[in-house]
Design a protein around this ligand. Structure first.
Ligand code: NAD
Length: 343
């Protein structure tokens, strides 16, 4: 499906909007804006009075996530980032690009080896090239802790290196970061690179909590956990995440590319997440079965723990810690997915 769906008015410079960005007020392009994190970012931008254009091919995104914006300054362009002509068209009148569109499924790389290359690296190249041709020079990019691979330092700070990803997804994120800093260095673009922990919350369409709830929907007596359950990662609530992204753009001019880990200070194990999800469903006597091994799949990193000191010392503290974010996500997805609690 290709086309433009207008959800509301689109003034280029909304009246009465206070200048708070390091660039003139103008329209924001959110690639992947119909997705999980992207739709929450659209909510946050609209709440600030900003005009937003969403570019999404709806491969994992859903229009219903944006339904609440029918009266707002939101426009949706349904197209694929691999279509350069359409991406160039979508760049008209844009001041800042928030580039979130990508394949979200790290596991897919095991079976389809060019997905991340196309949906990650090439898509990012197309975004940057369209920006250059349209004279757009601000990009905020959603990267991942996957760029660190199996880091030897925990918690892992932005200064850690060499970054040696072990998944094709992580490789495409690192390649995209490299393209973005190269564009910044060569063409003078300003860039904000956010390396996310695991992001969770309402509208989630993938990830461990989502998988567990679906498994319990199919069989409410048994929960299969990939690996030995001891994999440990940090989690961040999606609303905290988009607030942190905008906080960074607000306070850092992005010159020379600003790089931040986005996460919380603690980790939580997969076994603990399984227990929290089971509790959220209200199910009793669920047996947890482990497939064994130290990781869920080839390319999975058993432990990720981001050093978030740079984010915290910039004045941003997330409202939820890892456990709180997991619990709140489990509650909201149980009601979204409709897994009934027994009486
Ligand atoms: P998501 O799948 O919900 O969102 C991705 C969006 O991009 C979807 O709406 C999809 O339809 C769109 N899209 C994908 N390929 C496209 C293409 N070729 N052209 C146009 N649109 C396309 O995933 P998400 O969890 O919201 O992730 C958003 C970004 O954050 C991604 O870049 C992801 O890699 C990154 N990230 C997410 C997490 C997490 O825990 N969710 C962690 C680290 C990084």
């Amino acid at each position: 499906m290709t086309g433009i769906i207008r959800l509301g008015r689109i003034p280029l410079a909304p009246e009465g909007v206070k200048q708070r960005w390091p660039f003139p007020v103008g329209m924001h392009l959110v690639t992947g804006g119909a997705g999980f994190i992207g739709s929450h970012l659209v909510d946050a931008l609209v709440a600030r009075g900003e005009a937003v254009r969403v570019l999404d091919n709806l491969s994992s995104g859903r229009l219903e996530f944006l339904e609440g914006h029918a009266k707002d300054q939101v426009e949706i362009v349904v197209c694929d980032l691999l279509d350069q002509t359409q991406v160039r068209d979508a760049m008209r009148g844009i001041q800042v690009v928030h580039h979130l569109a990508a394949n979200p499924d790290i596991r897919l790389g095991i079976e389809v080896t060019d997905t991340d290359l196309k949906q990650g690296t090439l898509a990012t190249y197309n975004v940057l090239e369209a920006m250059r041709m349209a004279g757009v020079s601000n990009i905020s990019f959603s990267s991942s802790s996957a760029v660190y691979g199996e880091a030897k330092e925990m918690p892992t700070s932005e200064r850690y290196g060499p970054t040696l990803p072990i998944s094709l997804y992580g490789a495409s994120k690192l390649a995209s970061e490299g393209l973005i800093t190269a564009w910044a260095g060569t063409f003078g673009a300003r860039a904000w690179i956010h390396r996310f922990a695991n992001i969770v919350g309402p509208r989630g369409t993938h990830g461990v909590i989502y998988d567990f709830i679906h498994k319990l929907q199919r069989d409410n007596t048994r929960l299969e956990v990939l690996g030995d359950g001891r994999q440990e990662k940090s989690y961040m609530d999606v609303v905290d995440t988009v607030d942190a992204m905008l906080h960074i753009i607000d306070r850092d001019d992005g010159i020379g590319a600003s790089l931040y880990n986005l996460g919380t200070t603690q980790t939580i194990s997969v076994t603990d997440i399984a227990k929290i999800v089971i509790q959220a469903t209200g199910l009793e006597d669920v047996e947890i079965h482990y497939t064994g091994g130290d990781r869920g799949w080839a390319g999975d990193v058993p432990k990720t723990w981001l050093d978030v000191e740079k984010l915290y010392s910039s004045g941003f503290v997330p409202k939820m810690d890892s456990r709180g974010a997991v619990k709140s996500c489990a509650d909201s997805l149980v009601s979204e997915i409709g897994l009934r609690k027994p009486r």
